[in-house]
Design a protein around this ligand. Structure first.
Ligand SMILES: C[S@@+](CC[C@H](N)C(=O)[O-])C[C@H]1O[C@@H](n2cnc3c(N)ncnc32)[C@H](O)[C@@H]1O
Length: 220
């Protein structure tokens, strides 16, 4: 079954605010300083464009490519782009699997994307992210986590239940088949990235990680 977020696009913002207040957006934006001077940025699975809007404010020069397959999500994201920024945002309405990059990017960002995929799918897609980045390029990933909590706190049963509820909802509404969040860090490391910075949300099981692409080619 293929994933389709069209059904949830119109209620996504309402649900996010109702369940998490401003926490998801805080985490999306917690590492923006790493890409405020990047000139070519790739956003994969950007959804309604909350992160895009903030990125356009913080970085006023970057050319931004958004890869997002959901027609309705793209419509919403486009509506969040101010008129004066239209020329520097390119929307590609395809799954990332089908995306054909025309340039090498300085930075790539994924927010709450990989939790929609099973480990074997991520193993195929993550190397493609690496291939889209130039040597030294930055990769920011923000997502839920099943294993990490902020320092000194244990991963709680309430976090476990929250994630199961979210998975139940998105399985029903979008057709995702994944049932748990896969840790990206080990896969990113084995694909030529190293970790530069990590932040956990104080109360919620959300992790923001910044990786940099090593300055050598990945082995075929
Ligand atoms: C859980 S939503 C996250 C949206 C947004 N990034 C956020 O932070 O809220 C996952 C997004 O990934 C998109 N998506 C699903 N499959 C995808 C694929 N194969 N390639 C790129 N994006 C995809 C969905 O359409 C949806 O907008």
């Amino acid at each position: 079954m293929s994933i389709c977020f069209d059904k949830v696009a119109s209620s996504y913002l309402f649900l996010e605010k109702a369940l998490f207040g401003s926490s998801l957006q805080q985490m999306r934006c917690s590492h923006l300083s790493h890409i405020e001077n990047s000139k070519k940025i790739l956003l994969i699975g950007e959804g309604c464009g909350f992160f895009l809007r903030k990125l356009l404010e913080v970085n006023q020069e970057a050319m931004i490519t958004v890869v997002e397959p959901s027609e309705r999500m793209v419509k919403q994201a486009k509506s969040r782009v101010p008129d004066h920024d239209r020329q520097r945002v390119l929307f590609c309405k395809v799954p990332f699997e089908e995306f054909l990059p025309q340039v090498q990017f300085n930075a790539a960002c994924t927010c709450f994307l990989w939790d929609c995929f099973e480990e074997n799918q991520i193993m195929k897609l993550l190397p493609k992210v690496l291939d889209c980045l130039e040597s030294g390029g930055v990769f920011i990933n923000v997502d839920f986590t099943e294993t990490r909590s902020s320092e000194g706190r244990k991963f709680k049963i309430s976090h476990f239940l929250l994630l199961r509820m979210l998975y139940g909802f998105f399985r029903f509404t979008t057709g995702i088949e994944s049932t748990r969040v896969t840790e990206i860090k080990p896969m990113a490391e084995s694909n030529g990235f190293y970790v530069m910075d990590t932040r956990c949300h104080e109360k919620l099981p959300i992790l923001s990680e910044v990786f940099r692409r090593k300055n050598f080619e990945r082995c075929p």
